[in-house]
Design a protein around this ligand. Sequence first.
Ligand code: AMP
Length: 122
Amino acid sequence: MPYSYDDQNIFAKILRGEIPNDTVLETEHSLAFRDIRPQAPVHVLVIPKGPYVTYDHFAQEASDAEIVDFNRAVGTVCKMEGVEAGGFRLISNAGEAGVQEVPHLHVHILAGRPLGRMLARA
Ligand code: AMP
């Protein structure tokens, strides 16, 4: 089934400048900003500017330039936030089982406190 992108999602509105965000980094193809409901002292979201729903969508259909830019943006944010010292978690939720709230690809960078085991049983 082809991926279907809803351009009314909240991150699309952030990218169009329709709602504000707390920007950490902006590059040619990516934007990083602080999560509005932080789950840890560091909680930054990194998103591609292109219309991709999930990580697999992006990995299959984005250009090489977008993929390089996005991964470099993640690395730059990790460095800016100093997360390598104490450790961090990188998460990308997708679809129903992944409990994805916003249908525009984003990775969460979480750090600054012990983050517990990777998965909790529902
Ligand atoms: P997910 O469940 O992976 O789709 O997570 C979506 C994340 O987006 C949640 O952690 C929300 O707190 C966050 N979020 C929703 N709206 C905004 C917003 N306007 N600015 C920043 N973060 C947001």
